[in-house]
Design a binder for this molecule. Structure first.
Ligand code: TRP
Length: 332
């Protein structure tokens, strides 16, 4: 029997996830759990590249685990773990730093963006961020890495680092591929549908948070920016607002753009926006309920991540050892 392909992905534990994170990531992950051998981590180490409130980071980490499960990831089928609990990530990261060039890291667009946004805290973690991410991925022999469009460049550098290492020491790392979902990977802002819905957006109306109440969700959809044509038609260039609402509705209802155009033929924007808002509420509210139950059972949550941590530790041990041996460290 051919063994299942391996998937690894993670989300930074920074709190306040949006509908974009859910439809673009978590929702896709839940659809992969039967077909693939999946590893989903909470990227807590990555969050340290920006100053965090320690208590908040701890809270966000646990809350993200609860959310993974509330969103439908079965901890029996998937390995759900905390990055910092698996020391091999940091250990491999050091080694791979020595096989990554300053030049290639300084070309990373995310680094350049962040460097502009946080000029007062330009720490070397921010610079080395992609190397830790490469370690996350390579340690598991991941075949596919579901990521948003914005992480594609980090996948490319991961492949470059892996190929470089393999060419020096022989076949060591599997070369992973990015797995960018269809439109679901990119949910845009409700007020500015030309840029990705971001948890850091200043305009509250631009983003739907997974913790929003039904009233607030409906209100945000009612106020979503559209256009003056009053025709539900998919046209990303000329009708980015309506197209984004169609994508949201399509992912939730599992419908194609064609089907949605037919369904809303002759229906005005007001009613369409209301229907999309209601579909979102219908999906998010049960998730919020499961989340609230879990977050009030810290022992249960702990048992879940400890089980995942253990599996991840076992899974990564051999490869790290092989790398240590290949580069010349004494291993036994
Ligand atoms: N950098 C990713 C993000 O911000 C999070 C992340 C960390 C990740 N390690 C990863 C994603 C490994 C995929 C695989 O979205």
């Amino acid at each position: 029997m051919e063994s299942k392909k391996i998937i690894l992905s993670g989300i930074q534990a920074t709190g306040n996830l949006t509908l974009g994170n859910y439809l673009g990531a978590l929702n896709n992950w839940t659809q992969m759990q039967d077909k693939y051998d999946c590893y989903y981590m909470i990227a807590d180490l990555h969050t340290l590249t920006v100053r965090r409130n320690p208590e908040e980071l701890r809270k966000n980490t646990l809350s993200l685990i609860a959310l993974y499960i509330a969103a439908g990831l079965d901890p029996k089928k998937n390995t759900i773990f905390i990055q910092s609990h698996v020391p091999a990530h940091s250990q491999l990261s050091w080694i791979l730093n020595c096989y990554t060039y300053m030049g290639e890291l300084s070309r990373m667009t995310q680094y350049k963006d962040k460097a502009t946004k946080h000029p007062d805290n330009l720490n070397s973690g921010l610079f080395n961020y992609p190397v830790l991410m490469a370690s996350d991925i390579l340690l598991y022999n991941a075949d596919l890495v579901p990521v948003g469009e914005d992480q594609r460049q980090h996948l490319e550098i991961t492949r470059d680092i892996a190929e470089r290492f393999n060419s020096i020491y022989g076949e060591t790392f599997k070369i992973p591929k990015a797995y960018v979902g269809k439109d679901g990977a990119r949910i845009m802002g409700l007020q500015d549908p030309t840029s990705k819905m971001s948890k850091s957006a200043e305009n509250e109306l631009d983003k739907v948070l997974l913790t929003d109440t039904p009233e607030l969700i409906i209100k945000k959809f009612k106020k979503a920016i559209t256009d003056s044509e009053n025709k539900v038609k998919y046209d990303k260039e000329n009708k980015p607002g309506i197209s984004n609402l169609m994508v949201i509705y399509g992912v939730i209802k599992n419908k194609s753009m064609d089907e949605i155009e037919k369904e809303f033929d002759g229906v005005g924007y007001g009613d369409f926006k209301k229907t999309v808002g209601e579909a979102v509420v219908e999906r998010l509210i049960p998730m919020q309920e499961r989340y609230n139950e879990l977050i009030n059972e810290p022992e249960k949550l702990k048992a879940i991540y400890q089980q995942g941590d253990k599996r991840a530790i076992v899974k990564t041990a051999d490869l790290l050892k092989e790398v240590y041996r290949k580069v010349g460290l004494v291993v036994d």
